[in-house]
Design a protein. Structure first.
Length: 349
C-alpha cells in the first residue's frame, strides 16, 4: 500500500506551509500529492506550482470539478500538467454538488452519472489525440451547421495514458466509476464498512471484464491525528466531519450525509445536518459520533495508526491518502513522518 498526501483547499492561510508539506512528502517517498478545489483556489494552478517545487511525487486533482470546465479544456489541462511535471500528473474528477454547480458555475445539477460518463468519453478521445468528434446529450463536437471542424490535441503528454480517477460516494456512481475509471477517490472510508464502496466498484469492474485487482487504484483520503490522547485526536476532526455530513450540499442532496446513514448513523446524521443548517456549528460538531470519526481516520500513536493502516490494506486500499488534522506546519510534518513510520511498522512499505 502506498501513501499520498492531500493538501486540501489552497489559500486558507496555509500556502507557504502547503509547499513545505508537499516537499517533505516528496522527500519521504509519498506516491502522490493531491489538491482540491471548491469555489476558491483552482487545483490546476496549485498543482503546477507543486510540481515545480518537487521532484518525484505525482500531483493529482482531487478533484477537478466537472461543471467548472468543458471536457476538452480538462483534457488540455491534463496534457499540459503531465508535460510540465515530467509525467507525474493524475486526473481526478467529480461532479461537485448542487449548491456549487448551480450557485457558482451556473450549471444545472441534473443527471450527474450520464454527464460524468460523457465527460470521460470526450476526455479519453481528446487525450488519444484523435480528431475530436462527439455526439451526446450534453456535448456535440463539432457544433452542427457552423464553421467548427474536428480538431485534435496538439500537446504531446509524457505518457500515452494519464490515470483517471473519479470521486464517488453513492452506489450507482461507484459502480460507474469501476466501469470507466482507473481509480477511485474516496472519503469517510471505513475498513469495517468497506463493502458499501467496494461491492459497487467491483460490479462496475465486472461489466468491463476486469477486477479491482487489475491495476485499479483504491485511493481514499483519511484524516490523521497523531498523539496518545485518542479522544483529543477524534475531537480535533469533529468540525471537518460536521462540515461534510451537515453542510456539504442541500438538505435534500448531501452525499456525505447519505453515506453516514448507510454506515448505520441515521440518527446522528439527522442531528448533525439539522444543527449545521441552523448554523449551530459547535452543536453539529459535538453530534458527530466518536466511533464514526475513529473508524474513518487514523488516530493515536504510531502503533495504533499502524494497526489501522493494516486494516485499510486488508480491505483492499492501494493508495492511502493522508490529510493531517492540524493546520500548523510542525503538526502536519509530524503526521507525514508518522505515516511513513506506521506503514513500515505494519510491514506495508
Amino acid at each position: 500500500m502506498r501513501l499520498g498526501i492531500n493538501l486540501g483547499y489552497w489559500g486558507l492561510g496555509m500556502d507557504a506551509d502547503n509547499t513545505a508539506v508537499a516537499q517533505e512528502a516528496d522527500r519521504l517517498g509519498y506516491s502522490v500529492c493531491w489538491a482540491a478545489e471548491a469555489y476558491g483556489s483552482d487545483a490546476a494552478t496549485v498543482l503546477s506550482f507543486v510540481a515545480a517545487k518537487t521532484e518525484r511525487i505525482d500531483v493529482g486533482s482531487a478533484i477537478f470539478q466537472i461543471p467548472a470546465r468543458t471536457p476538452a479544456m480538462t483534457a488540455m489541462t491534463a496534457a499540459t500538467l503531465d508535460t510540465l511535471s515530467g509525467g507525474r500528473f493524475r486526473l481526478g474528477l467529480g461532479v461537485s454538488g448542487p449548491q456549487v454547480s448551480e450557485g457558482w458555475y451556473g450549471v444545472k445539477f441534473d443527471k450527474p452519472l450520464a454527464r460524468t460518463r460523457e465527460y470521460v468519453e470526450i476526455i479519453r478521445k481528446a487525450m488519444s489525440r484523435e480528431r475530436l468528434v462527439h455526439e451526446g446529450v450534453n456535448w456535440t463536437l463539432p457544433l452542427p451547421g457552423g464553421p467548427g471542424k474536428p480538431i485534435k490535441l496538439t500537446v504531446h503528454p509524457v505518457r500515452e495514458h494519464i490515470p483517471l480517477y473519479i470521486a464517488a460516494i453513492g452506489p450507482k456512481n461507484l459502480e460507474q466509476t469501476g466501469e470507466i475509471a482507473d481509480g477511485w477517490l474516496g472519503i469517510f472510508f471505513s475498513p469495517e464498512h468497506a463493502a458499501l464502496s467496494l461491492d459497487p466498484l467491483r460490479a462496475g469492474r465486472a461489466k468491463v471484464g476486469q477486477t479491482l485487482e487489475d491495476g485499479f487504484d483504491l485511493c481514499p483520503t483519511v484524516t490523521i491525528a497523531v498523539g496518545d490522547d485518542i479522544k483529543a485526536g477524534v475531537d480535533s476532526q469533529r468540525s471537518y466531519a460536521a462540515l461534510y455530513i451537515g453542510g456539504m450540499g442541500s438538505k435534500e442532496k448531501n452525499f456525505y450525509n447519505q453515506l453516514a446513514r448507510r454506515m448505520g448513523y441515521e440518527q446522528a446524521a439527522d442531528e448533525i445536518q439539522e444543527k449545521y443548517l441552523a448554523r449551530d456549528y459547535e452543536g453539529a460538531a459535538a453530534a458527530v459520533p466518536h466511533d464514526l470519526i475513529d473508524a474513518t481516520s487514523l488516530v493515536g500513536d504510531t502503533a495504533r495508526i499502524a494497526d489501522r493502516m493494516q486494516a485499510y490494506a486488508d480491505a483492499g486500499v492501494t493508495t492511502l491518502t493522508l490529510a493531517p488534522a492540524g493546520f500548523g506546519l510542525e503538526e502536519r510534518i509530524r503526521a507525514l513522518r508518522t505515516g511513513v513510520e506506521a506503514l513500515e511498522r505494519a510491514g506495508l512499505a
